[in-house]
Write a protein that binds this ligand. Structure first.
Ligand code: NAP
Length: 255
């Protein structure tokens, strides 16, 4: 029996790529599509909904979410409350929101995944960066995305920073008398180091972590040139969440 999937945000860049991925996998099937501004009632035979409340009672297993940071939390809560295991790529969740959703998933005995990045190379970058930070505590994160991205810094940069903080000795970087002559010149501060967000047309999703030490430097970089790079992770997420009873934050927990 195939896993029945709902895609929220199916007209967006990520949602439409996920739609093609689900269509191409015989073990998955589309149960419904959601977009608040949809004008059609069905798409290639799959029902299209404008309001998530109309999905209550639908026969579906997984809720894939590639919408906007503004709606992702309420969408994920809604999915869990209605028996759909969420696989969420939308970014912008707070730690409290993730904790609350994890508790709700346990209460509902539903698996789920919130993944700031579905690309395997990005997961490896995060792990390598956390390892390097043990030896190179001076570092800066530079994330680069297309200019339509709504949130900054990216969810991947935040997750990378959180993982680095678990291994890096506490350190306030930069000169103690450093002065920003233009607001924001030094980027956002996280635990004594900086995160910079670049937004340009032509980019997809890229990140560098630059480490500096006396007389040497190390740069770890990942590039998603095409949104297809995220799809093996989304596919894995869909197939794993239906076997589990607790939501996890980060694809690495399902690998
Ligand atoms: P996008 O092209 O703007 O797509 C978002 C889509 O969601 C749009 O079609 C939008 O419709 C629709 N939408 C907005 N509110 C909705 C709602 N309440 N219910 C259903 N659909 C809704 O953005 P994108 O590039 O696909 O990115 C989507 C999200 O995924 C972003 O948060 C991005 O950071 C994240 N992302 C994650 C990964 C990862 O690996 N985890 C990778 C890339 C991107 P309208 O345009 O009509 O408003």
């Amino acid at each position: 029996m195939s896993i029945k999937v709902i895609i929220a945000g199916f007209k967006g860049k990520m949602g439409s790529t996920a739609l093609e991925m689900v269509k191409a996998d015989k073990d998955l099937s589309l149960a419904a599509l959601l977009d608040p501004f949809a004008t059609e009632e069905s798409f290639e035979g799959v029902p299209v909904f404008k309001n998530k409340e109309d999905l209550i009672g639908l026969d579906a297993d997984v809720w894939v979410d590639f919408t906007t940071p503004k709606f992702a939390y309420t969408n994920t809560r809604f999915a869990l409350e209605n028996g759909f295991a969420p696989v969420v790529g939308t970014t912008g969740f707070t730690t409290e929101e993730i904790e609350g959703l994890t508790a709700l998933s346990v209460e509902k005995k539903l698996g789920g995944l919130i993944a700031p990045n579905f690309a395997i190379g990005a997961i490896l970058l995060m792990q390598f960066a956390a390892q390097a930070a043990k030896y190179f505590p001076n570092l800066e994160i530079i994330e680069l995305h297309h200019d339509k991205k709504k949130d900054a810094p990216s969810g991947t940069a935040v997750k990378t920073a959180e993982l680095i903080s678990q291994t890096r000795a506490a350190l306030q970087q930069g000169a103690s008398d450093e002065e920003e002559l233009m607001a924001g010149a030094r980027g956002a501060e996280f635990d004594g180091f900086r995160i910079h967000s670049v937004r340009l047309p032509g980019l997809v999703a890229h990140q560098e972590v630059i480490f500096g030490a006396q007389g040497e430097g190390l740069t770890i970089r990942h590039d998603s040139y095409d949104r297809v790079s995220f799809m093996s992770g989304v596919n894995l997420g869909i197939k794993e969440v239906v076997k589990r009873e607790k939501l996890v934050y980060g694809l690495e927990h399902l690998l």
